[in-house]
Design a protein around this ligand. Structure first.
Ligand SMILES: CC(C)(COP(=O)(O)OP(=O)(O)OC[C@H]1O[C@@H](n2cnc3c(N)ncnc32)[C@H](O)[C@@H]1OP(=O)(O)O)[C@@H](O)C(=O)NCCC(=O)NCCS
Length: 174
């Protein structure tokens, strides 16, 4: 298993693999922000957008197992001038066939490390209230809950789930 940073727009095979990974997870009700699998164009545009930012303003990481894309994650520095010292870990996802094997923790650790190196002060993230795996992972990595919006996430017409906010203060991390 290895992680690799992507400082440029990924090649078409990687874009296809990520589109499939995200689509499969979303189809299985993963809480990644989409209500239906995103089109390849959308993933491509997102990756190009991240690649176009300065190195200390965004960081995209891929995990590969035997060459296959097993997961990805990225953070992005806040664009609002008063929030510039901070970044948001917008996505972290591991393909179902590779889950529970330490890929998510490896990605998270490397994302945090890079955020520290980039001078990020506070790393925020949010997740859906029923995402026990994500909650355990983030708490064990040192994140703490700073708020919760009840019934904010609407994955479909019938369900309303909490949106949970976590932060990790990198200034005090040993
Ligand atoms: C959350 C996610 C990234 C975890 O990745 P993973 O590679 O399966 O996790 P790891 O094997 O690295 O496990 C790390 C920790 O996550 C937690 N965890 C992972 N799977 C879990 C499960 N099924 N139930 C409870 N906790 C779980 C545990 O704390 C685990 O540490 P431990 O093994 O020491 O107990 C992955 O399940 C995923 O992509 N889910 C769908 C997308 C998603 O929800 N992303 C997060 C949205 S913000």
């Amino acid at each position: 298993m290895k992680v690799e940073s992507v400082g440029h727009a990924p090649d078409p095979a990687t874009v296809r693999a990520l589109t499939r990974l995200v689509g499969d997870l979303v189809s299985a009700d993963a809480a990644l922000g989409w209500t239906s699998p995103p089109a390849q164009d959308e993933i491509e545009a997102l990756l190009a957008e991240l690649a176009g930012l300065a190195p200390d303003d965004a960081y995209l990481l891929l995990a590969r197992v035997d060459g296959e894309v097993a997961g990805f994650g990225y953070w992005r520095r806040y664009s609002r001038p008063t929030h510039r010292p901070h970044a948001d870990l917008e996505k972290l996802a591991v393909a179902a066939e590779f889950s529970g094997r330490g890929v998510g923790r490896l990605l998270l650790r490397a994302l945090i490390e890079r955020a520290r190196a980039a001078g990020i002060e506070q790393l925020t993230l949010d997740f859906r209230g029923d995402n026990a795996a994500a909650e355990r992972l983030y708490l064990s990595a040192g994140f703490r809950e700073y708020g919760r919006l009840p019934d904010f996430v609407a994955p479909d017409a019938g369900r309303r789930l909490d949106k949970v906010f976590h932060v990790l203060d990198l200034r005090h991390l040993k």
